[in-house]
Write a protein that binds this ligand. Sequence first.
Ligand SMILES: NC(=O)C1=CN([C@@H]2O[C@H](COP(=O)(O)OP(=O)(O)OC[C@H]3O[C@@H](n4cnc5c(N)ncnc54)[C@H](OP(=O)(O)O)[C@@H]3O)[C@@H](O)[C@H]2O)C=CC1
Ligand SMILES: CC(=O)C(=O)O
Ligand SMILES: [Mg+2]
Length: 759
Amino acid sequence: MNDKTASTRTSVTEQEALDFHSDGRPGKLEITPTKPMATQRDLSLAYSPGVAVPVLAIAADPAKAYDYTTRGNMVAVISNGTAILGLGNLGALASKPVMEGKSVLFKRFADVDSIDLEVDTENVDEFINCVRYLGPSFGGINLEDIKAPECFIIESRLRELMDIPVFHDDQHGTAIIAAAGLINALKLTGRDLKTTKLVCNGAGAAAIACIELIKAMGFAPENIILCDTKGVIYQGRTEGMNQWKSAHAAKTDRRSLEEAMNGADVVFGLSQKGAFTEEMIRSMAPKPIIFAMANPDPEITPEEVARIRDDAIMATGRSDYPNQVNNVLGFPYIFRGALDVRARQINDAMKIAAAQALANLAREAVPDDVAAAYQGVRPRFGAQYIIPVPFDPRLISAIPMAVAQAAMESGVARREITDIAAYGRELAARRDPIAATTQSIYDRVRRFPKRVVFAEAEEEQVMRAAISFCNQELGTAILLGRDDVIRATAEKAGIDLDQPGIEIVNARISKRTEAYTDHLYAKLQRQGYLLRDVQRLINNDRNHFAATMVAVGDADAMVTGTTRNYASALADVRRCIATKPGHRVIGVSLVVARGRTIFVADTAVHDQPNAEDLADIATEAARVARRMGYEPRVAMLAYSNFGQSVGERSERVREAIKILDSRRVDFEYDGEIAADVALNATRMEQYPFCRLSGTANVLVMPAIHSASIATRMLQELGGSTLIGPLLVGLDKSVQITQMGAKDSEIVNMAAIAAYNAGS
Ligand SMILES: NC(=O)C1=CN([C@@H]2O[C@H](COP(=O)(O)OP(=O)(O)OC[C@H]3O[C@@H](n4cnc5c(N)ncnc54)[C@H](OP(=O)(O)O)[C@@H]3O)[C@@H](O)[C@H]2O)C=CC1
Ligand SMILES: CC(=O)C(=O)O
Ligand SMILES: [Mg+2]
């Protein structure tokens, strides 16, 4: 295996994948309490004696477990590692990264709490016995990466034994998504479900479930051929058979996959990397539908198919190609809907409802607030868009609603949702748009790649960031520094710089030095700088060289800051690049915590802003929020609320409100207001006259020290993720990282810099 996780796309290296998992706290999950645990009283309530009260309540009425414990929102992801993705049987322990990943996706996409459990046995009875007694802990069981045929026995026995949904994701999750994609691909190619000929390569967990679901939806059984490692599963075959394969054995004289695919309309790959050859694809019917769903590498890549056919609809299980047919589109939302009605099981009606909802979504026009999740372009139903992307913010409402409705109609719900529209709004509130936003930043940059100069390229982490920037196809990375030093450091660190998209520029011997000096001298000559001062800046200081490079258009954007403190890096940059007309240069930090994303400004530039500055900061920060897909609700923060204090600091904020009033700005704002009131709906109710229509998502801080202290405390003590400060308002695109930033932080900043450089 080379140092990439895929032969065709090179989005992440093996080292990046390992670093990602080991960085900070190893793994991808932690458990945090939801109740305060600070005082003797808290302890008495959470534990003995208080805890006895819910114990007795649940003993008297088991349904109360949903009110007093995590059960109703908690799913276990359980595997024995016998079919880890398409990697095979690598054991329970090796499956843990995938299972942690599934748990994280549950949380990220559908706000379902989840824990991974790896059960170290291949014995079916032992496995069942282990899981069946865990029922009281969970609202649902998501079985994962358990190989066929054992998975069929395990799932069906557990379904009988447990009164909560038991769902083998590789079977039903995959089947639901593949069925949704198939419905749309058939529609696009004008085919009828009843006459279409389909070959499925793979006859394991995913394949059997896919075939069963599409048959249940009306696909003609005689038009389906299933293949496995021994070739076609035909009636009468004895080798490598089991009862689940036999149930789908075809009456055919075709024997090999090659023969089966000849003339087929549709092929599903649920087998292994590289199982389809170009010849097989060439022999398919016109407008073939090819779902190569093996992970992490498909049976055939879209590039290989494109080389030989221009009439195919192509899908894979991967996120870095169009049409990702992957169960990530299903399991978080299906469980969300099932949990919300306390379903006893996930039945066929719920699965078909989920597939239909997913298929319908791809056919709907994409509204503005959704377009951001789609690579900066509004996708139109067609060969490149048969299924929504996992970041589509509509999924969290559409799929659980359909699933919950179907559960209620089919009689497996233990709780009725009477106001389904209100339920839809509740679901929408669970989504955290930051994921879609950051994804859309990356996707947009991929569509309009940029030349980004990395000003401190002699540093190892900067080089790594630059390589990652190129590998992710975000553009060209210009490494600024001494060629020999960069190469020596790279060699020592085992970094290969000889790859497309990497360019090294040595300021000392650059042919552009004179042009940059002239440019900067013209800008600075009336600010007390002599020509020789400017020559020194350009020759000796990489920030000045890089910023001028961007100023004259030799690069689109710049990233710096790892080796110098923020203020001095900013001063360097501002010497070379002017403020954008009509704007104010400020720093905006994004705090992501507990599913909320809050913009905080100004975290970088204005030390003690006056009222006019605060009004400008509010306007600039509102622009940033809007650009990232949020409708701004700006709170002008102070330590008091609406005139409670007569102090100068609060007075200044009140004055800023008056300035915004006089400017008739096009966003919501109010103040002066304290942070707890701005962020807490109940506290805000004490001020019914407050003009904000909901809790604030943009906080304008009264001064830089409060901004800096608050954001850093949140990061360190509150477990928040802090992005930024993002530098905005400059005429050219520059981002400054925190000193000592890691490669992942630098590459994020480079992506944001490239994004801000426009299309
Ligand atoms: N995109 C998605 O959402 C999902 C994709 N998958 C992918 O589907 C694949 C199978 O997973 P799963 O069903 O869980 O695993 P199983 O172990 O249950 O089944 C694997 C099946 O693939 C067959 N197979 C393996 N290699 C070949 C080959 N070269 N040619 C033909 N058949 C082959 C096996 O044949 P035999 O019976 O002869 O051993 C077996 O029937 C994996 O690559 C997995 O990543 C799975 C779930 C979701
Ligand atoms: C996606 C998935 O679950 C698999 O490939 O196994
Ligand atoms: Mg799986």
